[in-house]
Write a protein that binds this ligand. Structure first.
Ligand code: SAM
Ligand code: SF4
Ligand code: SF4
Length: 369
């Protein structure tokens, strides 16, 4: 487990009039971190449990039956998540992604989504509410997720060949069930679906062309993710990373593609389109083409810690704040105070700062990617 620290400077709200979150700290919506980056996105991990044991995320040698998963009381409740999200929204956050572990394993998740769907941004717009799932129980859940107001879905799938996919998920889970989950999401009315494929060189890179062919022209955007050194248990080393440029080259040789403009500043995936007009693909290249300079994302772990970087080794304990009678204004100030001190840029120093790289980092299943 990572060490936890309490946020700092809770008295910063002095002189401000406590109010409802929507009116809080209008000036803070433009607060930037030490590198000039505003806070715009929030990822919330709703469970640390998963029914997969992807070797790059929750290797089964470590995440076994004796692993100390969090008890129900240690998780943020739906009310706590909603309160925190409301405060984040008042501070400029526009996009929320629910993740995990496997978020669809959190009991009654639809109830939480319904609560979150009612929150408005500081500009009085609905939040962009999204979720990332391994797709394993999406067939059962898709219609209910749509009905309660989830806007968008990303499904992870690392190959179409069962033997290779099973090597990645490590629990013998078949490809067909995930594809069926994707079909269920489409039937439920989700559009602009995204599929994430983590590429591990030598393990599933032979699936790249097959995946591209399968999703080309389907309206689903396939995104290739470089295998990252998240956490401290996935045995990462550079030799297993296939640079996105090489993935793009392989696809281009079969299906010609060209890069296109980002949808918005700070978009994590680089977009490319098929020259024959049959859609687009994306690349998330955290290792070989870093994007820290425009990283506007914070993360709330399953147990209510605020993390300012995917590769952080410590979080800020907002669960304690939420459970200690603090006002919304105090919590808002703690968030902005924490954000304004942020200096994280791990991916930019991965190659040069051995101390940072070797420090124990938070596990992916706590903060959800
Ligand atoms: N269980 C859900 C899923 O797999 O979609 C949500 C949580 S998962 C941690 C979120 C995303 O992180 C997935 O797309 C997964 O493939 C990606 N991911 C996990 N470990 C990774 C790693 N070491 N490198 C790159 N991506 C990783
Ligand atoms: Fe589970 Fe998602 Fe991690 Fe795979 S990547 S082990 S599905 S949390
Ligand atoms: Fe953001 Fe940290 Fe990733 Fe850089 S390494 S893009 S700061 S999460």
């Amino acid at each position: 487990m990572v060490e936890k620290v309490i946020p700092i400077r809770l008295d910063e709200g002095k002189g401000l009039t406590p109010s409802i979150p929507g009116q809080l700290l209008a000036a803070s919506t433009s607060t930037k971190d030490t590198r000039g980056r505003p806070l715009r996105d929030l990822r919330i991990s709703v469970t640390d449990r998963c029914n997969f044991r992807c070797t790059y995320c929750m290797p089964k040698e470590i995440f076994d039956k004796d692993y100390p998963y969090l008890s129900h009381n240690e998780l943020l409740s739906f009310e706590e998540i909603t309160r925190l999200t409301t405060i984040f929204a008042s501070l400029g956050v526009e996009k929320i992604r629910l993740t995990g572990g496997e978020p669809l394993l959190r009991k009654n998740l639809e109830v939480l989504i319904e609560m979150l769907a009612k929150i408005r941004t500081a500009a009085d717009q609905p939040l962009d509410l999204t979720l990332t799932t391994n797709g394993s129980i999406l067939r059962k859940k898709a219609a209910a997720l749509k009905a309660v107001g989830l806007h968008r879905l990303t499904i992870s799938l690392d190959g179409l060949n069962d033997d290779i996919f099973k090597k990645m998920n490590d629990v013998d889970f078949p490809v067909t069930d995930v594809l069926d989950g994707i079909a269920a999401a489409q039937e439920a009315g989700f559009t602009n679906l995204k599929v994430n494929m983590v590429v591990k060189k030598g393990t599933n890179d032979q699936e790249i062309i097959g995946m591209a062919k399968h999703f080309k022209g389907s309206g689903v955007t396939l995104r290739f993710i470089e295998f990252m050194d998240v956490g401290s248990s996935n045995g990462w080393d550079m030799s297993q990373v296939l640079p996105s440029q090489e993935v793009a080259n392989r696809i281009h040789a079969v299906f010609p593609i060209e890069p296109i403009e980002a949808n918005y500043p700070g978009e994590v995936a680089q977009r490319w389109r098929y020259l024959d007009g049959s859609g687009e693909i994306g690349f998330i290249s955290s290792v070989t083409q870093t994007f820290c300079h425009e990283c506007t994302r914070a993360r709330i772990s399953t147990d209510g810690q605020l993390y300012l970087c995917l590769f952080a080794n410590e979080g800020f304990d907002f669960k304690t704040l939420l459970r200690s009678g603090r006002s919304d204004l105090e919590i808002a100030n703690a968030i902005m105070s924490t954000w304004s001190g942020r200096n994280d840029h791990y991916s930019e120093i991965r190659g040069s700062n051995t101390a940072a790289v070797n420090t124990r980092k938070v596990e992916m299943s706590y903060i959800g990617g």
